[in-house]
Design a binder for this molecule. Structure first.
Ligand SMILES: NC(=O)c1ccc[n+]([C@@H]2O[C@H](COP(=O)([O-])OP(=O)(O)OC[C@H]3O[C@@H](n4cnc5c(N)ncnc54)[C@H](O)[C@@H]3O)[C@@H](O)[C@H]2O)c1
Length: 374
């Protein structure tokens, strides 16, 4: 596999885009959408999209959703239950997805007719999924990644959108934001940000596909900035969870969030000089940071970790508290740490470095507020 290039600096032109017009058609007619992933957020994404494909003439009604097949305690297959009940009983119980969502456990079959691919699996599975998809997708397919996380290789960090772009040879936008899936599932108002590289027209099409009255989407031309915000805020959420577990109070948590945001911005700009300051004020930036540090699974598991004095591992807490859902912040903290070590940047990012060292037991949870003394 070709290595992921890092720190690509692309020219930035044009402004931000929002759209709710149904006026952009795929070259050969209606677009077909497949969602690759069916966890908590994947299922909510399918629900959002399915409400729009029914409404907008430029999309086929049917939304295919690839399901990583599981056998439920009842003995039934998850994909069969989703298609019978129109509900993901394991990852999004109690929510109807829309009758036009079709669960498909066969990855190749799920993507073969699609020209709009929505990637939304935990990031650790993406390299394997991309390998399976090489040569199996339509040449004109466009992708968007809702995945928060990155891969770290010998050559350096590789964003998931770069992995998709390079391995599959297709364009890839990203969608990130203050989006705790269960809240959007019950249609509570929130916002999200599409990050795009060159094609504003394609970004507008993704906005059309996701935008609803309760899910307001806008687009910015800063794919790396948007994706890094979504990825790095999970590390800050782990730190916020430690603060909660140690009952340090709101001032401390606000301080950790501010320091975290500063490190997110500095790290992103060191990796990609094209990253825009304004991106950190979009939903994908400060808003996602706030919601993830107040709610969300990373904060919750880190709180439990600190309450147990670091004596119960994150693997154990994840298995016990998340019932099959995946933690992203701990693995992202390790990946960020690898980048910091490799580039001799550890001292520049004390919060990021300390989070990882607490996660692996090298430092106690209380060190989350002691790093600044070193
Ligand atoms: N849940 C949220 O609130 C939320 C919000 C925004 C973004 N995200 C991001 O969306 C992405 C997907 O998260 P989610 O919440 O939909 O998933 P999840 O953590 O709820 O579920 C895990 C998913 O992984 C699948 N899986 C397990 N083993 C697998 C394997 N070997 N190969 C492929 N898939 C496998 C499971 O079937 C399940 O669909 C993540 O990057 C996450 O950071 C989540």
């Amino acid at each position: 596999m070709a290595p992921c290039p890092e720190s690509q600096h692309l020219p930035l032109v044009g402004g931000d885009a929002t759209s709710d017009n149904d006026n952009i058609n795929a070259p050969e007619g209606k677009s077909r959408v497949t969602v690759i992933g069916s966890g908590n957020w994947g299922s909510v994404a399918a629900k959002l999209i399915a409400s729009n494909t029914l409404r907008l003439a430029s999309f086929h009604d049917e939304v295919r959703m690839w399901v990583f097949e599981e056998v439920l305690p009842s003995g039934e297959k998850l994909s069969e239950v989703i298609n019978r009940a129109n509900e993901n009983v394991k990852y999004l119980p109690g929510i109807k997805l829309g009758k036009n969502v079709v669960a498909d456990p066969d990855l190749e079959h799920a993507v073969k007719d699609a020209n709009m691919l929505v990637f939304v699996t935990p990031h650790q599975f993406m390299e394997g999924i991309c390998k399976r998809l090489v040569g199996k997708i339509r040449a004109e397919a466009e992708a968007i990644s809702l995945i928060k996380g990155m891969e770290v290789k010998m050559e350096g960090p590789c964003m998931i959108s770069s992995l998709i772009r390079e391995q599959l040879g297709i364009n890839c936008c990203v969608l990130m934001g203050a989006n705790i899936a269960n809240e959007i599932a019950v249609e509570k108002f929130s916002e999200a940000t599409v990050g795009y590289r060159e094609s504003r027209e394609m970004a507008e099409k993704w906005v059309q596909l996701f935008n609803t009255p309760y899910f307001m989407v806008s687009a910015v031309q800063d794919v790396e900035g948007v994706e890094l915000c979504g990825t790095l805020k999970n590390v800050v959420a782990i730190a916020a969870g430690f603060v909660d577990g140690l009952e340090m109070g709101n001032n401390t948590k606000a301080a950790i969030m501010r320091i975290g945001l500063r490190e997110m911005k500095a790290f992103s700009k060191l990796l990609f000089s094209s990253v825009k300051d304004s991106t950190f004020f979009e939903s994908c930036g400060v808003a996602d940071l706030i919601t993830t540090c107040l709610g969300g699974r990373n904060r919750k598991c880190a709180e439990a970790f600190a309450r147990n004095g670091g004596k119960r591992s994150f693997d154990e807490l994840e298995a016990e508290m998340l019932q099959g859902q995946k933690l992203q912040g701990v693995s992202t903290a390790r990946e960020v740490y690898e980048v910091l070590s490799y580039r001799s940047w550890l001292e520049l990012f004390p919060l990021f470095a300390t989070v990882h060292e607490i996660c692996i037991g090298r430092l106690p949870p209380a060190a989350i507020v002691e790093y600044s003394q070193s």
